[in-house]
Design a protein around this ligand. Structure first.
Ligand code: F6P
Length: 361
């Protein structure tokens, strides 16, 4: 009987439980394998008390639930682990301890569900001899080699729904409403929800914006009789010649920099060039919560089963992925080489501009 481990790393997103359920069912029902769940991402591999058996009973009823029954963490990279020494935080490599723990627990293969950060760690563990299969997760949709990551579709639905709701209040008060969305360095959520939600301006990191162009756009709309405007700003967007707006630098978090504040930045700039009432709404972590959409439940389940098939075939170091309508696999190394960003000259951007949406350029 094979014993496999599963963990969820990085920020949570809708559909994680669908993948966990798929892996557990795929392992147990037809193969009779044993599955153990590792709590709180890679942190759980430091402490054997954080590893527990997962049965069919444990995954009953979790398909519609947001979050992850295993817990997660976007800190705790074992290759660069923050340890306090003499009142200062130092980053140390504790990966040997993790590898020893995995071997001691008899885990023969590890399913890592994560975004680029977690999959890079997974790849390093694979290089240290741990058989790994990756599953691409993130609301940001910024992973290469898969048409889409699970979680993205639900986040988009949340953002589009918020835009629909903002429209009525913006129109009633004749205001400029700015909605700041997540996505890190990629503009996928902003661009697609902006198109679907009928935004007037969309700001994405891939197209540094010019404030003058945005103000001209809002004024032109007003002169056509539309006394309100809706702006969607990706958290990673920045003005041409300017810098990204961050809440915490990477040195402060000992992990990734925290983006946030572009909505307020744009609001200040608009107020200085227009005499209109401006309000900012930061959609924030709502985008990561809630029940997964039908699409994400199905994609997550398909990814989970594919992960089991890869383990059965001994295809390690691979990430499951969606290509067209089919589930396939690619080397993890290929998927984490670079980020999948919006093409500023691509069809989606062209569509937005043809629809009259101002992209600040
Ligand atoms: O990567 C997912 C994501 O939600 C990003 O869009 C966002 O920048 C970040 O995580 C927020 O992370 P945290 O949960 O640490 O605030």
């Amino acid at each position: 009987m094979k014993k496999i481990g599963i963990l969820t790393g990085g920020g949570d997103c809708p559909g994680l439980n669908a993948v966990i359920r798929g892996v557990v069912k795929g392992a147990i029902i037809n193969r009779g394998w044993q599955v153990v769940g590792i709590e709180d991402g890679f942190d759980g591999l430091l402490d054997q008390k954080k590893v527990r058996s997962l049965t069919l009973e444990d995954v009953r009823g979790i398909l519609p639930r947001g979050g992850t029954i295993l817990g997660t963490s976007n800190r705790g990279n074992p290759f660069s682990y923050p340890v306090e020494k003499n009142g200062r935080v130092e980053l140390v490599d504790i990966s040997d301890r993790v590898v020893a723990n995995i071997k001691q627990m008899g885990i023969e293969a590890l399913v890592v569900i994560g975004g680029d950060g977690s999959l890079k760690i997974a790849l390093e563990l694979q290089e240290k001899g741990i058989p790994i299969v990756g599953v691409p997760k993130t609301i940001d949709n910024d992973l290469m080699e898969t048409d889409v990551t699970f979680g993205y579709n639900t986040a988009l639905e949340t953002a589009t729904d918020a835009l629909d709701k903002l429209h009525s209040t913006a129109e009633s008060h004749h205001r400029v409403m700015i909605m700041e969305v997540m996505g890190r360095y990629a503009g996928w959520i902003a661009l697609e929800s902006g198109i679907a939600g009928g935004a007037d301006v969309i700001l994405i990191p891939e197209i540094p914006f010019d404030m003058k162009r945005i103000c001209e756009g809002v004024v032109a709309r007003r002169s056509r009789g539309s006394r309100f405007s809706i702006i969607v700003a990706a958290e990673g967007a920045f003005s041409a010649g300017g810098a990204r707006v961050v809440k915490n630098k990477a040195e402060e978090t000992h992990s990734l920099e925290r983006l946030g504040g572009i909505g307020e930045f744009v609001a200040r700039e608009i107020t200085s060039c227009l005499d209109m009432d401006v309000r900012v709404m930061v959609l924030g972590h709502l985008q990561r919560g809630g029940s997964p959409s039908t699409f994400d439940r199905c994609l997550g389940s398909r990814f989970g089963i594919k992960a089991i098939e890869l383990i059965e075939q001994g295809e390690y170091g691979k990430m499951v992925c969606l290509k067209g309508r089919e589930i396939k696999s690619v080397p993890i190394a290929q998927a984490v080489k670079k980020m999948k960003l919006v093409d500023p000259g691509g069809e989606m951007v062209r569509t937005a501009e043809e629809l009259g949406i101002n992209l600040g350029r």
